[in-house]
Design a protein around this ligand. Structure first.
Ligand SMILES: Cc1cc2nc3c(=O)[nH]c(=O)nc-3n(C[C@H](O)[C@H](O)[C@H](O)COP(=O)(O)OP(=O)(O)OC[C@H]3O[C@@H](n4cnc5c(N)ncnc54)[C@H](O)[C@@H]3O)c2cc1C
Length: 379
């Protein structure tokens, strides 16, 4: 329970993005900050249901918001992990192409160059087998700056920095309404005891992940202006049996699936060398947090990965976990993008909507920009 009800800044959502904003505010001047989170702990949503990849920035159109934050965030993230004892590994990755896919690989290579991604080059079949003897491909793009990170340790570090700066965090509390009030905003909150109460903030940072469009809608109401609206894309993972532990040194990606706006079923690993395949991409018809992994999809995962892992057997796979991407599509056949804005018609209100992949990679860069907007306008 909080004792104070009036804050300078309120952050809705304690995922990696809300926590990154809190961390960036904490390293600037001292302020009163409240983080409101509907779950029992921080980082229990999408932020702990992903691939934990530090993305290079090769995929995104050069003028996209994703490209800007991924490229900027990647470098910051490596540095932050080094300084704050967060586990990471700069393992690199291979994007593999099979016969007939060479032109797609060339387009991706050109996009990587246009985005100024360092340490990227094409390798032929022999080069692939030298780098990864268990992987088969006609050619591949090697990307040296890709890595993996412990999302949990990263969020714990952000949370530690924020709480050391005396930020308050309210758990098991859901924002259920918003009302502008003078130069501040009044948030209606449903607490763990099912009792509603209100808190006010001069600045509101909407970092509510899967519900960020709904939180913004509380403010905008039902006028006819087209507002960002999320689509949910579920991504499931299957783990590989222990005989596959440490079987590759690089992450192995197929070419991206543009139709599904996904990177394709890839092979990645965790801190202990355990291997997993995924995520796939399925549009969800309902807006529920349904995290069940459908074991009927095992064969589709097996066939997708068998193309680049010829010795894989279907008995090596078993269902693991899933996450849901909050996707903001930019148009028919267009890739999704982030919506990151200090709303001009609503001073003090910052919307962070559609933060799907590469949100983890971008978190420090997004957090620092948001903190800078608040600091510059408050001074
Ligand atoms: C399958 C998958 C794979 C991915 N892989 C990668 C990857 O490898 N690398 C990468 O960089 N990114 C990846 N991402 C993207 C990354 O996980 C997200 O961009 C990031 O976690 C988003 O963080 P967030 O804080 O915006 O959202 P969340 O983690 O969802 O946090 C939002 C928080 O807000 C809370 N909340 C919601 N509504 C309310 C409310 N009304 N009141 C109070 N609290 C509320 C939620 O409980 C939640 O804790 C992946 C995503 C998915 C789904």
């Amino acid at each position: 329970m909080i004792v104070q009800t009036d804050y300078e800044i309120i952050i809705v959502g304690a995922g990696v993005i809300g926590l990154a904003v809190a961390r960036a505010l904490a390293i600037e001047e001292k302020r009163s900050v409240l983080i409101i989170e509907k779950e029992m702990g921080f980082g229990q949503g999408t932020s702990s249901r992903n691939s934990e990849v530090i993305h290079s920035g090769i995929y995104y159109p050069s003028n996209s918001i994703k490209a800007k934050y991924c490229l900027n965030g990647r470098a910051k993230l490596y540095e932050f992990c080094r300084r704050n004892n967060v586990w990471y590994k700069n393992c690199g990755k291979l994007v593999v192409a099979q016969i007939g896919q060479e032109s797609q690989l060339t387009s991706l290579f050109e996009q990587a160059q246009a985005n100024d991604v360092p340490d990227v080059h094409i390798v032929d079949r022999l080069g692939v087998s030298k780098l990864e003897p268990t992987v088969s491909a006609e050619s591949a793009m090697f990307v040296g700056c890709t890595g993996i990170v412990s999302a949990h340790e990263l969020m714990s570090a952000y949370h530690r920095i924020a709480t050391q700066a005396d930020h308050d965090i309210l758990l098991r509390s859901t924002v259920v309404g918003v009302e502008p009030k003078g130069d501040a905003y009044l948030l209606e909150v449903k607490g763990s005891d099912d009792i509603n109460y209100t808190v006010t903030g001069r600045w509101i940072v909407n970092a509510a992940g899967l519900y960020s469009d709904k939180i913004a809608q509380f403010l905008w109401g039902n006028n006819n202006i087209i507002r960002p609206s999320l689509s949910y894309s579920k991504g499931s993972y299957f783990k590989l049996s222990t005989k596959w532990r440490h079987s590759v040194r690089h992450l192995i990606y197929p070419l991206p699936d543009k139709e599904k706006d996904s990177l394709g079923i890839h092979l990645s690993f965790d801190q202990a060398g355990n291997m997993k395949l995924g995520p796939d991409a399925t549009w969800m018809q309902n807006y529920s947090e349904d995290y069940d992994v459908n074991s009927d999809n095992l064969n589709a995962f097996y066939l997708a990965a068998k193309r680049y892992l010829p010795s894989l057997e279907s008995i090596d796979l078993s269902p693991d976990y899933s996450g849901i991407r909050p996707k903001l599509m930019t148009g028919p056949n267009e890739p999704s993008d982030f919506y990151i804005r200090h709303e001009p018609d609503y001073p003090g209100w910052i919307n962070l909507i559609g933060i799907d992949s590469p949100g983890l990679t971008s978190s420090l860069a997004i957090g620092e920009d948001v903190a800078r907007w608040i600091t510059n306008e408050s001074s």
